[in-house]
Write a protein that binds this ligand. Structure first.
Ligand code: ADP
Ligand code: MG
Length: 712
């Protein structure tokens, strides 16, 4: 029974085993925080590994401590005073017989002052600094001297507000004794990759939570220790198993085979061919290839699960339109979902201009829609009269009922949470026929193909590796903020030639207000410097209608400059815009910079991107910021940029944050642990076939409720 209550973790080690049968009490603050972190089951807590450790296992003498070290010292307080004037602070001199150390506290309570009174024997721990006054510790933690010393390193866990370390430590400790930690990986598989059977899951976890004091911290930090190796292998195996499972499951599912309807109504017959003929351009070879890959999938009675990746500007939208045409030709409905209203609006306009003349009805759904319009749209969708539906998240709300949806296309898929992608998939199940939908995900954040192939065991990948012809490469310049005036001069020269300009201000996450001030100031400055030019200001707080109006003025060419926060980051397509200025470029991530830059260089005119940077009070930019800007100046190629991003940031973060909307791998790193990944990839089918029970147990343990997510 106990295992069934998610909160046993909190009462364990505690007094009663009754909790499960007592009516549920409201959650305490820390309990809520645990939930927020997804730490529900004992095993979740056991797998919540420390970020770092503190050494409370030994005392050092002040004579022996080195600057910069975190040290634990015991001694007698020789002097204690509150210094007023300037910063009020409590200054305490500690003497351990071999030397003295000054303790400084800028905030303190009377009770603490008392505990630090002259003559008290105390134990303190903190980072030791040198300086005029000799050794100093700022805000060390302290307690009375003489207590027992820890026998293992003290774990410091990732946490959130309202969940103090001591509480979390107790919860993890309790969970470690309760969680089921039997081995799920058969021993003969372990030896293949040189994993030491001695480091089974239980040993590895006990060790990583409470390492012996003699371990080299380096091996723990770079995760090369055998205990870490074991954890990473386990995690990768879980990821591969769950994806393979999902893939096998899907192989058993049926989807509508989207073959052209014979003798269909003239409105939809031969739509694909008619659309191809009507397009104002020829497809690139890459577009033709991926269209064939997609069409091939759509013709089969098995749900497609494909990622279309291609650099910004590579022409993914038309591929989506052609896929939709295949679907509509077969007599089914198609939905296209985009992450922002601006982007959805633009897709809608483009698809309507391509498809409406061919007799296709395109419906439109967003959250900000008027009730009446929305009702009309819902009716069109439910009756099947709308063959294509374009919109935002509004598409996945409960109210929306399709008649026969067979293909869902998700643009900028990494922008959606996994749950949202899942919801869309759920929409597609055509209950009566027990059919699953085809799914096409599009992404402009390419990851190297080999990486994609081995990581996404459950996904087919199509790649647009060619840009439409006639584009002149974007020239990128990195310019110091001090030369802002020159940049503004350049803007007016561009406008004189009839061109349009984007000026992007950064998003400062901590403070939306500050963010806005920055953009507002820039807007005022540019308006003043460019008399007679319409300068717009676009930011996320504007009402939708105003955003739309702003965007359509810019699209129509009436507006010379559009100052904006990053709301224009994804997908926006205004071919006449030829200059992109990014302010505080040093604050942006590399792939975001590349996305932003991709807003220009979409027409025939030569385009440029200016990365304005500022070093603030520092004499120069930090190393990684400099590397990012250099990468931007040196390359226009999204795959190359992705490769550099990987180098600069490390792949764990790259894959986690960028590709899946949630960090799916916590411990392993697909590049660094490529060998383990290969091992897991090869082992997964064998496990599923020969040890299905262990495989299920393994996935359940590692992914628990999250396994479903991985299928999306
Ligand atoms: P992305 O891959 O970034 O979504 P888009 O689909 O927005 O790119 O396409 C960028 C621009 O290139 C659009 O203006 C589109 O109409 C145009 N385009 C797409 N394919 C071609 C092509 N084969 N030839 C010429 N222009 C094209
Ligand atoms: Mg796009």
């Amino acid at each position: 029974m106990r295992g069934m209550c998610p909160f046993v973790a909190l009462t364990a080690g505690g007094q009663n085993g009754w909790m499960t049968s007592v009516p549920e009490k409201p959650l305490s603050g820390p309990q809520k925080a645990l939930r927020k972190l997804g730490l529900n089951r004992a095993i979740d807590l056991a797998l919540h590994l420390p970020l770092r450790y503190e050494d409370e296992t030994r005392l050092v003498k002040l004579r022996d401590v080195r600057e910069g070290e975190v040290a634990q010292v015991e001694g007698i307080v020789r002097h204690s005073e509150v210094k007023l004037g300037g910063h009020r602070q409590l200054l305490v001199t500690l003497d351990d017989g071999t030397g003295t150390c000054l303790l400084r506290f800028f905030t303190f309570y009377p009770s603490q002052q008392k505990a630090l009174a002259v003559g008290q024997a105390i134990r303190v721990r903190g980072e030791v600094r040198g300086g005029f006054a000799g050794l100093t510790m700022m805000h060390p933690v302290f307690k009375p001297a003489g207590g027992e010393l820890a026998r293992a390193l003290t774990p410091v866990y990732p946490t959130v507000a309202g969940l103090p370390q001591p509480y979390l430590r107790r919860a993890v400790l309790g969970a470690l004794t309760r969680a089921e930690l039997n081995d799920t990986i058969p021993a003969n598989f372990l030896s293949k990759i040189g994993l030491q059977p001695g480091w089974n899951l239980r040993e590895a976890l006990l060790f990583l939570h409470h390492p012996a004091p003699d371990v080299t911290l380096a091996a723990l930090e770079d995760r090369s220790h055998p205990a870490w190796q074991r954890l990473k292998a386990e995690e990768l195996l879980a990821q591969q198993l769950s994806q393979l499972q999902a893939k096998r499951e899907r192989a058993g599912f049926r989807a509508p085979a989207l073959l052209p309807v014979q003798g269909a109504a003239p409105a939809s017959a031969g739509l694909l061919a008619r659309l191809l003929a009507a397009l104002p351009f020829q497809l690139t070879a890459a577009q033709r290839r991926v269209c064939e890959e997609i069409t091939h999938d759509l013709h089969r009675p098995v749900p497609m699960h494909r990622l279309l990746q291609g650099d910004v500007g590579s022409g993914k939208t038309v591929v989506a339109a052609l896929a939709a045409a295949v679907c509509i030709d077969a007599g089914w409905q198609c939905a296209l979902m985009a992450p922002t209203e601006i982007l959805a609006t633009q897709h809608f306009a483009k698809l309507v201009s391509w498809l409406q003349p061919l007799g296709i009805t395109v419906a439109w759904l967003t959250g900000s829609q008027k009730t009446k319009e929305r009702r009309d749209m819902l009716a069109l969708i439910a009756s099947g009269q709308a063959q294509l539906v374009v919109g935002t998240h509004a598409i996945i709300t409960d109210k929306v009922q399709f008649k026969n949806l067979a293909l869902a296309i998700i643009d900028e898929q990494h922008r959606f949470g996994v749950a949202q992608r899942l919801a869309l998939r759920g929409k597609l199940v055509v209950d009566a026929l027990a059919l699953e939908p085809h799914l096409l995900m599009m992404s402009a954040t390419p990851i190297p193909r080999t990486l994609a192939m081995s990581y996404y065991a459950d996904l087919d990948v199509s790649t647009l590796d060619e840009l439409p012809p006639g584009r002149t490469p974007i020239i990128t310049r990195v310019v110091h903020e001090a030369r802002r005036d020159e940049v503004i001069e350049r803007i007016s020269a561009q406008i004189a030639q009839g061109r349009q300009i984007y000026w992007v201000c950064p998003l400062i996450e901590e403070s939306e207000a500050l963010d806005l001030r920055n953009a507002t100031e820039t807007h005022a400055q540019l308006s003043a410097a460019l008399p007679g030019v319409l300068v717009g200001l676009l930011h996320s707080r504007l009402p939708t209608a105003e955003k739309k109006a702003m965007m359509s003025q810019f699209t129509a060419g009436q507006m010379g400059v559009l100052v904006s926060t990053t709301v224009i980051e994804v997908g926006v397509d205004v071919p006449n815009a030829s200059l992109m200025v990014i302010e505080h470029a040093e604050r942006f991530g590399l792939s975001q910079l590349h996305q932003l830059r991709g807003r220009v260089g979409r027409g025939a005119a030569a385009s440029a991107c200016v990365l304005l940077y500022s070093t603030g009070d520092a004499p120069r930019l930090g190393e990684t910021a400099r590397e990012r800007l250099r990468a931007m100046a040196e390359s226009n190629d999204g795959f190359e940029i992705a490769r550099r991003d990987l180098e600069i940031r490390g792949p764990g973060e790259f894959m986690g944050a960028r590709q899946s909307g949630a960090a799916l791998l916590r411990f392993a790193d697909v590049v660094e642990d490529a060998e383990l990944l290969t091992w897991a990839r090869e082992l997964a089918p064998v496990m599923l076939d020969q040890h299905p029970v262990l495989a299920a147990q393994h996935v359940q343990r590692w992914l628990g409720g999250k396994a479903e997510f991985l299928k999306a």
